[in-house]
Design a protein around this ligand. Structure first.
Ligand SMILES: Nc1ncnc2c1ncn2[C@@H]1O[C@H](COP(=O)(O)OP(=O)(O)OP(=O)(O)O)[C@@H](O)[C@H]1O
Ligand SMILES: [Mg+2]
Length: 580
């Protein structure tokens, strides 16, 4: 019922949890004194044997006990708030720190919506787990024990019977827990599933509309929402039923104690004051356990959420020790194999990328080109073989150094909302105005932005107000500003207009000899000038050499190149004909 790992994960809360329990215990003792005094005053009043001064003392003690009880309860509550505060900030900070180190590595283990849920509701549940459940768990053991020791000298039989009845509540809790754990696991799964599809549908709304698939998706989401509703209702009814069962056990137990105390009084074993006191206090035997029971679903939710959180915390972080000695781009990939799950997508890859060389990787779609880029960027450590940067194992290089060394430009590089300057400065915060204009000229955007508002031209979310080609050219400009020794262009010119493609290719080729460049491209015309071309198929290298050497080999490269040339020539011919 207590998750040791979870408890140990926030040692800062220990103090406050202990204070919380002490506060509740003092409140219990004050209550005992108060009840005893009430019982005593009733008996005295009944036999009219109470003088004024005695009454004043009793009322005074009751009053003081009441104040101590309220004060101690308020103190406990404050300690509970303190605990939740630590949990709220502590866990969120831990999660964000982990995500910051992991970057997108978490995606292999958890989906984005799961991470969002852990960070929001998950942490809220844990707040309750630490702030309410854990203190109550210990208090629910201490309270009956204390009362047992107090009642024992008054009436041993009643004390023993009450004490034996208390564990009935945790036994019912354990029985319910077995069933609840599965149910709550399912509840979280359904919740994540719904969150996932909601996020995806929202992101893909334009596409859904285009394909008129929105109504179909709506139906799918309706179904998911319905099954989530059902499981939520099940969880709620489970919670309600378990509370009813616990109430029956708790109040039933208290009733047994009361009846027994009356019988003891009747047979003359105890006096009336003791009998009344036991009647007044017997419910207190069970109430802490009963409250623990009602916190129980919180604990279950918290533990289910923490399972996912620990999954995140357990993801291996990239190692931080080691560094590379020289800032150049010699890269050696040896015997590299990589699998997504069971499926190998790269097999025994050997690639050497000489310092300041332009190396191209080509091959059909799905052959593993982007996966090589991903591994070079150290987004995963789970590969076989070695990747070395200037003789240094990539796995040992700190991730921020890798980011300094390599600039990766994908086909859909993200442009941020803000200004042109804001986007360019992402490459280098200290970049000068001249340099910004220079790179914009290089990608032929300077004139365009000049007509607007220059470097202060506003850019919308995702660069929506730019054309695809402009967007990509701006991304290239930003990459140039970063001025790293290694560049990886992964289909940097796909899906854009011919002019933009030419500008980008010219820019890339201008870097030749100055930077180490890995150029991934479908279009073979773009790699003709590469110093070395690796031809990839089904995760294997099936040819390597310069453009001329590969053409001579008459292998896949030759086949792809000639068919692309034929196709492009044909298109050009067709265009020419229409012009004529
Ligand atoms: N996150 C992933 N999980 C599982 N499989 C993946 C993942 N990413 C890629 N793959 C698979 O790995 C293989 C290689 O993918 P990769 O993206 O490297 O190909 P590619 O050569 O870059 O293709 P393209 O030219 O279309 O960009 C493909 O079969 C793909 O289905
Ligand atoms: Mg790719």
């Amino acid at each position: 019922m207590i998750d040791k790992r979870l408890l140990a994960s926030m040692p800062e809360t220990k103090r406050y949890i202990v204070f919380n329990i002490i506060g509740q215990w003092i409140a219990l003792l004050a209550n005992v004194v108060m009840m005893f005094m009430i019982a005593r005053s009733i008996v005295k009043l009944m036999i009219a044997d109470l003088d004024l001064s005695e009454l004043a003392i009793i009322v005074g003690i009751i009053f003081i006990s009441l104040i101590i009880k309220l004060g101690a309860s308020a103190f406990s509550m404050k300690m509970s708030f303190k605990t939740t505060e630590i949990i709220k900030f502590g866990f969120r900070e831990k999660i964000f720190k982990k995500l910051f180190v992991l970057k997108d590595r978490y995606q292999n283990v958890l989906s984005s919506s799961e991470v969002t849920q852990i960070t929001s509701e998950g942490v809220d549940q844990l707040e309750n787990y630490f702030g309410n459940y854990i203190p109550q768990f210990f208090y629910a053991i201490i309270a009956p024990l204390t009362l047992f020791l107090i009642i024992l000298p008054l009436d041993m039989k009643v004390a023993i019977v009450l004490f034996i009845c208390v564990p009935l509540i945790p036994i019912t809790i354990i029985i319910i827990q077995r069933w609840a754990k599965r149910l709550l696991g399912k509840y979280w799964d359904e919740y994540s599933k719904m969150g996932d599809s909601f996020l995806e549908d929202l992101q893909g709304l334009t596409t859904l509309k285009l394909y008129e698939a929105d109504s179909y998706k709506q139906k799918e989401m309706d179904e998911q929402a319905e099954s989530f509703r059902k499981i939520t209702m099940k969880v709620l009814s489970m919670q309600l039923n378990s509370i009813t069962i616990m109430d029956i056990v708790a109040y039933g137990g208290a009733a047994i104690g009361m009846i027994m105390a009356l019988f003891s009084f009747k047979s003359g074993d105890i006096d009336l004051t003791s009998a009344l006191f036991i009647i007044l206090i017997s419910a207190d035997f069970f109430l802490p356990m009963r409250l623990l029971g009602s916190f129980f679903h919180i604990a279950m939710n918290g533990m289910a959420a923490s399972d996912k959180m620990f999954k995140l915390f357990d993801i291996k972080e990239p190692k931080k020790d080691g560094d590379i000695k020289e800032e150049d781009g010699d890269i050696r990939i040896e015997d590299l194999s990589f699998a997504y799950g069971e499926r190998y997508v790269l097999k025994d890859i050997d690639i050497t990328i000489k310092d300041r060389a332009l190396v191209a990787i080509v091959g059909p779609s799905g052959s593993g080109k982007s996966t090589i880029a991903k591994l070079l960027l150290a987004r995963s450590d789970d590969y076989e073989g070695t990747i070395e940067f200037k003789g240094e194992d990539l796995k040992k290089i700190a991730s921020n150094r890798i980011r300094d060394l390599i600039t990766y430009v994908p086909s859909d590089a993200h442009i941020f909302k803000g200004t042109v300057r804001y986007n360019l400065k992402m490459g280098d915060k200290e970049v000068s105005e001249e340099r910004m204009h220079e790179v914009l000229k290089q990608v032929e955007l300077d004139e365009y932005f000049k007509e607007l508002n220059g470097l202060d031209t506003k850019i919308n979310e995702g660069g929506k107000d730019l054309s695809g080609g402009q967007r990509q050219r701006l991304a290239i400009a930003r990459a140039l500003i970063k001025d790293s020794p290694i560049y990886i262009f992964d289909e940097a010119t796909s899906n854009i207009d011919v002019e933009s493609e030419k500008t980008i290719m010219d820019t890339i080729l201008k870097l030749k000899g100055q930077k180490t460049i890995v150029l991934i491209s479908h279009r073979l015309a773009n790699v003709v000038e590469a110093d070395m071309i690796y031809c990839l198929k089904d995760g294997k290298i099936i040819g390597s050499g310069t453009h001329k050497e590969l053409l001579k080999e008459k292998g896949l490269y030759h086949e792809l190149y000639t068919s692309q040339m034929y196709y492009e020539g044909f298109m050009k011919g067709a265009l020419d004909e229409t012009i004529i």
